[in-house]
Design a protein around this ligand. Structure first.
Ligand code: KIV
Length: 281
């Protein structure tokens, strides 16, 4: 699984053969520049999800329910999950939390909407967790995570994201569940892995990079170099070259001085008729 937030990103991810595309609320950090995922709204998520849907032919698209969109009330949660399905045509939704969201997950699933769970480090409750910290490091905390995973499976979740969980704990959870686990900073004992698009491609220039991220490319650096080249070429006049421009119709160039010497177009009786430019740019 990989995140994507736009039409063009989704096309790349889909073409690369990723099975699931998550329209993550991490869009708040990597696209909107917020410090946390909390500010992104349901309406904004719908815009990103609809764009991803349009760019996806093959992968399963999962819409991430944003902060407070599913915890105020169960009917509200069903309504927002339903908006993802109706307005953005996603295939499933994801939400964060353990036993406390079990009833909500069950209700959304009963409404016919597939739900992916997300436990461990849950960025929407970062304040409650006391920061971006690995979860389940003590035996008791690990036990809570195992219980939460089982509760979510019992509630009908079709898959479970484990974020920043010790590998041993991940292994215990994966072994106990029928549904697939998908890890991020959770070690190798999962059925799948997920990363954020910008992290994998090295697009988060200068931004904090968690230890669990592997950068498979440095597209941010490449982009800066390409843009610098553009700036240089515009300044030195080598861009645009003749092949980037358009010519007038044959013979019209010679008639231009005469046309320009006539009264301004639109003036009464100017005698000029606007031509139709039919060339494709
Ligand atoms: O929003 C997101 O990108 C996520 C992944 C990190 C799992 O929830």
């Amino acid at each position: 699984m990989l995140t994507a937030y736009t039409y063009s990103q989704a096309r790349l991810v889909d073409a690369a053969g990723v099975d699931l595309i998550l329209v993550g609320d991490s869009v708040a950090n990597v696209c909107l520049g917020y410090e946390t995922t909390l500010p992104v709204t349901m309406d904004q998520m719908l815009t990103f999800a609809a764009a991803v849907r349009r760019g996806t032919e093959r992968a399963l698209v999962v819409g991430d329910l944003p902060f407070l969109s599913y915890t105020v009330s169960v009917p509200g949660a069903i309504r927002n999950a339903g908006r993802f399905m109706k307005e953005a045509a996603v295939d499933a939704v994801k939400l964060e939390g353990g036993i406390e969201v079990q009833d909500t997950v069950a209700a959304i699933v009963r409404a016919g909407i597939p739900v992916m769970g997300h436990i461990g480090l849950t960025p929407q409750t970062v304040s409650k967790l006391g920061g971006y910290k690995v979860q389940g490091k003590s035996a008791l905390a690990a036990r809570h995570l195992v219980d939460a995973a089982i509760a979510l499976e019992d509630a009908g979740a079709f898959a479970l994201v484990l974020e920043c969980v010790p590998s041993d704990v991940t292994e215990q959870i994966t072994d106990r569940l029928e549904i697939p686990t998908i890890g991020i900073g959770a070690g190798p004992h999962t059925d799948g892995q997920v990363l954020v698009f910008h992290d994998l491609l090295g697009l988060g220039r200068g931004q904090f990079q968690p230890r669990f991220v592997k950068r498979y490319a440095e597209l941010g650096e490449l982009a800066v170099q390409a843009i610098q080249q553009f700036v240089t070429e515009v300044k030195d006049g080598s861009f645009p070259a003749p092949e980037h421009g358009f010519a007038m119709k044959r013979g019209e160039g010679e008639r231009l001085p005469e046309a320009l010497s006539k009264p301004r177009r639109g003036a009464v009786g100017d005698g000029l008729v606007a031509g139709v430019d039919d060339d494709e740019p």
